[in-house]
Design a protein around this ligand. Sequence first.
Ligand SMILES: N[C@H](CCC[C@H](N)C(=O)O)C(=O)O
Length: 280
Amino acid sequence: MAGVEFVKGHGTENDFVVLPDPDGVLELTVERVRALCDRRRGLGADGVLRVTRAASVADAPADVAGERWFMDYRNADGSVAEMCGNGVRVFARYLLDAGLVEPGDLVVGTRAGERPVTTHEDGTVTVDMGPAKVFGHSTATVGGRAFDGVAVDVGNPHLACLVDGSVDDLDLTVPPGYDPVLFPHGVNVEFVQPVGAGMLRMRVHERGVGETRSCGTGTVAAVAAVLDLGGQAGGECIVDVPGGRVRVRVDEHTSTLTGPAVLLARGELDAAWWEALGGE
Ligand SMILES: N[C@H](CCC[C@H](N)C(=O)O)C(=O)O
């Protein structure tokens, strides 16, 4: 029995298992996602990116054209998230590498809608991330300390908290506390340390994953939060995350994320292993 093709990639060390599924036949259950993402019993990843056509995805938004390549993103715990900024860069890199798209401009379908993408000759990828919408102010708690944060919708929910000292001192092995009324479906929590004009450092505890080395939607939320607190309508920042560096631009209409996308391995999942994890 044929196995299941996979590709491993990362964007600023936010890593993903890419599952090509052009005919929309893979049954990507919670158990299979959790096993794939487990760093002992599986390949290990922060999430899974299934590559299929929007027409074959039951909960694809109506404004995503059916023929679009659709990024079916799942968190390591098996939960579905609306959008993944680092993931879209890796997804686009895969499409280009597989010869499914031409270099330059393309549009990727996601549960947050269509996302225009540009692949650059230097290997970096720019994603139009859509508007970063500030929808409140709240607090996160870590180790008994409360941090004021800005609630930002980047297609998925974020709470971006500015930190006075160094973000290195935070213990993010425990999920930060947050307001479940403001974030009924959970939240990605960023801790942001301004380090100079147009420069931020950031760490993140991701919904459905835990601390990751980077979160693309989180870097957009971090910049939107800094602009909101500074009373600025727009701006551009370099954001340093533990896994690398991205460039973020936010204005009142949309936001863009530019950064690397690396494919590092291709292979085949054992058919028996896949089947043993069971379909729906
Ligand atoms: N790592 C992703 C974010 C995943 C967000 C996911 N954890 C959620 O539940 O929203 C990114 O680069 O944007």
